[in-house]
Unconditional design. Structure first.
Length: 401
């Protein structure tokens, strides 16, 4: 995404998107990737303004409350930072959404008139219904209890009953609801028939179609170093592989950052030196770097706890890159992984997972890629966000797509 200038948007835009998003710096998580895809594949003539945050990596002269014009590919959009924060900072004491809303209130007069407001969090959607009245598109990225379950890292895990009540209110008042989890979409559809389900997508502008995958024994793990993702289990899998298959040069690359970084580092340090040296804690990486690493790795590993993932975007990206995937029960909510064909689904025992990793090493990469055919960003973004047909399509008709 390229900064153009500090021009303001037109007096009226097609949609205003609100989220803790900064075009200047990608943040971990599927919502950030979702918004980057939308910006890249905006329909010609669609005028979009995004209200988000300043992560400290913006252009010289950036100020909260000052509009910016950005370009990605052939498309342009406008961006207004209203508060300074890093969405990747999960050690925050005040929820990011609260600070974002406070920033919107402070700079509300800078916002253009709009035909629609698009929101990706329930708490923001609830407040914006009054703050920015008008048609609202509400996007849900988790399972039914994804933010309130025992392994969630959201503040809402302490107020599960209230979260459900508020979400029902948001859904019922929305002009359109997009749910990135098929099971929960069926539930939400009962609250609002203007609900549609969509899989998540991979961005063909990032994915390397002809990856070399020369590091056949390298496992790639991508995600936030937080409880729902269980990165320590991935380290345990590498240790089990070193024990079960000692003659092979198995390695593990962990891509991501988070509050568990010190804990994961300690788990790695506790391994025998000859095993610990096979684990690389890479840290936070940009989407382009993730795609590059996917093109060189041999296999993809996902260790999320059941009940959290909506429709894991990184799994779609890994399979689009040709990586057979080994995933723990409940993490592949899109049922993309077919045992013995595109990967394996397994329990949470490190030795059991290691066995599946060894078995997945010989699977055909072309078959893996074919399993996510049609889940490219241009196709799904056009159908889900900008098709007039899906604006009033029922869940059953949308699934037929």
């Amino acid at each position: 995404m390229a900064f153009q200038d500090f021009a303001a948007p037109p007096a009226r835009v097609d949609r205003v998107i609100v989220h803790q998003f900064d075009p200047a710096r990608p943040s971990p998580g599927g919502i950030d990737t979702c918004l980057r895809g939308i910006c890249r594949y905006l329909p010609v003539g669609e005028i979009v303004a995004i209200v988000g945050v300043d992560t400290g990596h913006g252009p010289a002269g950036r100020q909260n409350g000052r509009w910016e014009r950005h370009r990605v590919g052939e498309q342009e959009f406008w961006f207004l930072p209203v508060v300074s924060l890093d969405p990747a900072d999960q050690a925050r004491r005040i929820p990011h959404s609260v600070r974002l809303i406070a920033g919107i209130i402070r700079h509300r007069r800078r916002l253009p008139k709009r035909d629609m407001v698009q929101v990706h969090r329930m708490d923001s959607a609830l407040v914006l219904r009054s703050l920015l009245p008008g048609p609202q598109t509400y996007c849900v990225h988790t399972q039914e209890d994804g933010l309130t379950g025992g392994t969630s890292d959201s503040f809402w895990r302490f107020l599960g009953t209230a979260h459900k009540k508020f979400e029902q209110s948001v859904v019922r008042n929305a002009s359109k609801v997009i749910v990135f989890n098929e099971e929960y979409a069926a539930v939400v559809h009962r609250w609002n028939p203007r609900t549609v389900f969509s899989p998540t997508w991979y961005d063909p502008a990032l994915i390397r179609k002809n990856g070399t995958h020369e590091n056949e024994k390298t496992l790639l793990w991508v995600g936030r170093l937080e409880v729902p993702k269980d990165p320590a289990l991935a380290v345990g899998v590498l240790a089990a592989l070193a024990e079960r298959d000692p003659d092979e040069p198995w390695r593990l690359d962990l891509l991501g950052s988070g509050t568990l970084e010190a804990d994961v580092t300690a788990v790695i340090a506790a391994l025998p030196a000859e095993v610990a040296e096979r684990v690389t804690l890479v840290g936070r990486v940009a989407p382009d770097d993730v795609a590059e690493r996917l093109s060189h790795a041999g296999l993809f590993l996902m260790t999320s706890h059941a009940g959290y993932e909506g429709y894991p975007r990184v799994l779609v990206e890994a399979m689009a890159s040709g990586l057979p995937a080994v995933v723990t029960d409940g993490s592949d909510t899109g049922a993309l992984v077919k045992d013995g064909v595109t990967g394996f689904t397994t329990g949470r025992d490190p030795l059991q997972i290691a066995e599946k990793v060894i078995a997945a090493a010989g699977l055909d990469r072309d078959t893996v890629i074919a399993a996510v055919a049609g889940k490219d960003a241009p196709t799904l973004i056009a159908k889900t966000f900008f098709s007039k047909a899906t604006s009033s399509t029922t869940l059953d008709k949308e699934n037929a797509l």
